[in-house]
Design a protein around this ligand. Structure first.
Ligand code: GLC
Length: 720
């Protein structure tokens, strides 16, 4: 068996160059072609033929270790140079163990948990033969109409940097001698760049924005991932300022390669190279490929344009072979980092079996993350449930496995999801009543059965599980209407006429319009799509076994007409004043959101006061704040630090999150928190993505949401 010896680190370069010198043009072109298995309809004989012909360097969506190793054997033993394959997959929020969607996880404000779930997902996926995940997605998301907000970490750039970096560390681990551990994956920062700025919140739609906004909202998370050592980046589908991102030289060369100093591998999104023709930018296949190579797009995902066009273009010297060599070098470098030349088979069915046995332990983590993802949005004394409460559980998503598993759930299965109904049944609590048919009865006859009304009227509280199905969020799932489905709303109203003590558990992949629901929900818990332990986590929160600590990372609008809506907006020259007509406002609804960024209630109360700012030296301060748990129940609070510039080289947002602490306080406990701030805390970017700090007056603001009390604001002066 031809096994090419390669070691990573300093010998990597000489190994790769030596291998490159032996490769034919066809073999080089094969390496930069990524085959999405669905383009061949899952016909495995096709894949083997492609491998034998040297026409493929990596596959997308081979998820079984046996299939991966079988194809790897063909590559290593039946091709001239025996170059191993890479296997890629969208391991976004779990592989075997399905964790909460990233938008939910971001509401934990817990980087360690966010890293941990990526680490577990990497171990499970690597055991299945996968080498490369297309995650984390670090598209800052401000428009809930866009279905992919589910995959994001919300609307704040700073949090997206933090949590994206945690994912990269979880997926890739720390390279040892330039090599990834066998339980780790190559990560991919996506989608470069500003894909989430899709006009009107419609997926794949045009993106047109200022360099200033690109530099301050969308680029910093990619800079952070690159600083964190992310090995690959994916270009986005969108037209960006008139040129498709996938062949946008200003974006991919001036910014990504030069400004951000990214030297890793750039891959297109699915068929995005061909779509540059549909965009009306590339004239034809050859034009598209020429432009892509000029942009150092290293791998073509599933358009086959590189495979079918590159040889001719190099033959005619339209493209220089050295450009192809650069792309192939980057791909081979990934294979060296995975140790594939020494051991092309990183896993085996036996190893995979050992990982499957860990699923019970990993579900424990899934439940913990799910519990911390839940945000308590409203609570008029109904929660937590009391031991004496007689409680009914009903609603459209009470026992709907399929609705909780979203499009990037990999090998996670709907049947493995613990629903609310299952969690309630497992409690065997004689005071809990599952009214599973009530929703369907109501949908059919717009009324309840007599016995249902009887029971509901005798209960202390009713938990109604509502929301949107998981497949209504994610890619290609943009929505113009974000309100609660009419049937669900009428059902809730009808229940409230029999028993007004309604607790709504909302399951959704995006902020929804809940203004019509709120009058009928005395308590409202945002539970997102929480993955395999959804029901257990929700019930633990409702029963108060866990005190909710989640904080919104995306603003909840009052109406779709407010979109896009986000906390770190600009002042404008006529800031919003409800009573003044000529200010930036609507004449028909308030500007205010339903629930603001950073908001989330607890079963206990926290006080945040006694803010002190002490100057340590020039442009260096310590900010302290006292946080007390005033209640008789332990809990966690997220204390958030925002800055606000009075003026600057550019107008700055009204406030910007710059630091936070998530702290545990037992009942009646009080702690003093200290934040260190310095000149860098106030940094931002000019339109050329040069870092900038303006001397001048700033507000430092601290609170447990983006709504800050006057007493927790202090002015400071940043000096030149
Ligand atoms: C999809 C998505 C991208 C994903 C890729 C491969 O269209 O845009 O996020 O990684 O194709 O599945």
């Amino acid at each position: 068996m031809k096994v090419l010896k390669a070691t990573s680190g300093i010998f990597e370069d000489s190994f790769i160059k030596s291998l490159l010198s032996k490769m034919t043009i066809e073999e080089k072109i094969g390496q930069v072609n990524q085959v999405g298995t669905s383009i061949y309809g899952g016909k495995e004989e096709h894949y083997e033929k492609l491998v034998r012909n040297g026409s493929v360097g990596s596959f997308l969506s081979i998820k079984e270790i046996e299939k991966a190793n079988k194809l790897q054997k063909v590559a290593v033993e039946e091709t001239r140079l025996g170059i191993p394959l890479l296997f890629a997959e969208d391991v976004v929020h779990g592989f075997l163990t399905t964790f909460p969607i990233p938008l939910a996880e971001s509401c934990t404000w817990n980087s360690e948990l966010i890293r941990k779930t990526a680490e577990i997902a990497a171990e499970e996926a690597a055991a299945a033969g996968i080498h490369w995940t297309f995650a984390p997605m670090v598209d800052v998301s401000r428009d809930a109409r866009w279905g992919r907000v589910a995959e994001s970490f919300g609307e704040d750039t700073f949090l997206t940097e933090e949590f994206g970096a945690a994912k990269v560390t979880g997926f890739q681990g720390n390279l040892c001698n330039g090599q990834l551990d066998r339980n780790r994956l190559i990560a991919c920062g996506k989608h470069f760049a500003a894909y989430s700025e899709a006009e009107a919140g419609r997926d794949y739609n045009t993106v047109d924005l200022s360099s200033y906004k690109l530099a301050n909202v969308y680029l910093p998370p990619f800079k952070r991932l690159i600083d964190e050592g992310v090995l690959t980046i994916m270009s986005s589908f969108s037209l960006l300022n008139g040129i498709p991102a996938t062949t946008n030289k200003k974006l991919l060369i001036d910014i990504l390669r030069e400004k951000l100093s990214f030297s890793g591998l750039l891959i297109s999104d699915w068929n995005a190279l061909q779509e540059t023709i549909t965009h009306g930018f590339s004239k034809d296949y050859e034009d598209a490929v020429k432009k892509a190579i000029d942009c150092q797009l290293d791998v073509d995902m599933s358009s086959l344009l590189y495979l079918n066009t590159l040889k001719e273009l190099i033959h005619r010297q339209v493209i220089n072979e050295s450009s192809l060599d650069k792309a192939v070098y980057r791909l081979l470098s990934l294979k060296v980092k995975l140790g594939l030349f020494e051991n092309p088979y990183r896993s085996s069915p036996e190893h995979y079996a050992t990982i499957i046995n860990k699923s019970k332990e990993y579900r424990e983590t899934a439940r913990q993350v799910a519990e911390e993802s839940i945000v308590l949005l409203k609570n008029e004394e109904l929660l937590p449930l009391k031991n004496t409460d007689k409680v009914g559980f009903t609603g459209k998503y009470l026992n709907d496995h399929n609705s909780m598993l979203d499009t990037w759930a990999c090998k996670g299965s709907a049947q493995e999801i613990i629903t609310v109904a299952q969690a309630v049944s497992e409690k065997k609590n004689k005071q809990y009543f599952i009214l599973e048919d009530a929703y369907n009865d109501f949908k059919k006859d717009r009324s309840f059965k007599k016995e249902t009304i009887n029971l509901i009227s005798k209960l202390d509280k009713i938990v109604v599980v509502l929301g949107e199905k998981a497949t209504d969020s994610g890619e290609a799932k943009s929505k113009a209407i974000l309100g609660i489905e009419q049937d669900q709303l009428e059902f809730t109203k009808a229940i409230s006429t029999v028993n007004p003590n309604i607790i709504v558990a909302l399951m959704n992949g995006r902020p929804m319009i809940v203004s019509t629901l709120l009058p009928y929900a005395k308590s409202l818990v945002e539970t997102w799509h929480l993955g395999c332990e959804a029901g257990s986590a929700i019930l633990n929160i409702l029963e108060g076994k866990i005190n909710p600590s989640g904080k919104l990372t995306m603003t909840f609008p009052r109406h779709e007409g407010q979109l896009p809506i986000y906390y770190n907006h600009h002042h404008t020259g006529r800031p919003y004043q409800l009573e003044k007509f000529n200010t930036t406002r609507y004449i028909d609804i308030s500007n205010e959101p339903e629930f603001q960024f950073g908001f989330g209630l607890s079963y206990t109360n926290f006080s945040i006061d006694n803010m002190q700012v002490s100057k340590l030296k020039k442009n260096s301060w310590q900010v302290s704040i006292d946080v007390a748990n005033l209640g008789d129940r332990d809990g966690q609070e997220v204390v958030q630090l925002y800055i606000g510039a009075k003026f600057g080289t550019y107008a700055r947002p009204v406030k910007e999150l710059r630091d936070y602490r998530k702290i545990k306080l037992v009942a009646k406990e009080k702690k003093t928190l200290c934040f260190q701030i310095d000149r860098d805390t106030f940094a931002y970017y000019d339109e050329l993505f040069n870092k900038l700090v303006d001397a001048g007056e700033y507000l430092i603001m601290i609170g447990n949401s983006s709504q800050i009390e006057q007493k927790n604001m202090t002015r400071i002066e940043v000096e030149e």
